[in-house]
Design a protein around this ligand. Sequence first.
Ligand code: SF4
Length: 326
Amino acid sequence: MNPTVSHLQTQAVREAQGWRAAGLRYFSYNYFLRQLYGRRIHKVSVDAGFTCPNVDGTVTTGGCVFCDNRSFSPSRRLPRNGIGGQIAEQIKRIKFRYKVDDFIAYFQPATNTYAPVAKLRRLYEEALAQPKIVGMAIGTRPDSVPPDVLDLISELAERHYVSLEYGMQSMHDRSLVWMNRGHDHASFLDAVERSRGRGFEICAHVILGTPGETHDDMLATAREIARLNIDAVKLHNLYAVKGTPLADQVEAGQVTLMERDEYVRTVVDILEILPPTMVVERVSGESPPNYHLGPAWCLDKPGLKAALEAEFERRDTYQGRCYSAV
Ligand code: SF4
């Protein structure tokens, strides 16, 4: 079996809050993984050929407004390489660049719990059995985790580090409707409650800058995440990928994307509210440059990182400074 860590160890790392003594402004994922495993860990993306109930008509069609789901039609979902092949290919490519030798398999595109449980078991176990894989992350929707799927993930988490990543996006149902998510906030709450205490990590994806959301609306979502006290969060701004419904709306001038200064201020406001024990897996997002319509600043990750650091510095603040447990 590959070396792994238990859920108790992940809790211990979170509760130690060592990131503050390490001089960080927030509990970054890199820091978390380094504490957990004692060395650097990198994610490798796995495309297992899933589609999405928000695309195939089970929930709705068309997918989320921002999602580049043109390749998600079931007839076209043939992964380019087997799971072992995809993992080996990426490890070969990034191992020396990042000087890293252990990896988390990240089931990333589409809805990665959207299949019968026997098929999911085969795919997940294949990923976990690859040399150099020390854990697994699974991206999914809150309405796609029936009890037998959660039972499977919980069972695998007895032997491996496993993180289940839910697309929450916002706590405001009107924003979820605008995104064409096909689920409401109650669905996310239900998924979190059914996932809690089952031995795997719970992570929420959140999008900032949805049209119609005020600064206070975004902070309300942050307070909701803080209240739920889940294990981890991923933040990014709303950005447009060419060929998506969102790109059409941006090009038609119907949607204005967030400027970097506003995004930076909002991220720092949000991190101040989140508990100091919550891992911040990411604070930015972007698509490959040739697919990316905007905003352009997302592609300048070092620039965004420097702007965030400057804002933390200017306020002399840090994650959890305004957190109050409820
Ligand atoms: S739920 Fe995920 S995969 Fe499905 S359409 Fe939305 S963003 Fe795309």
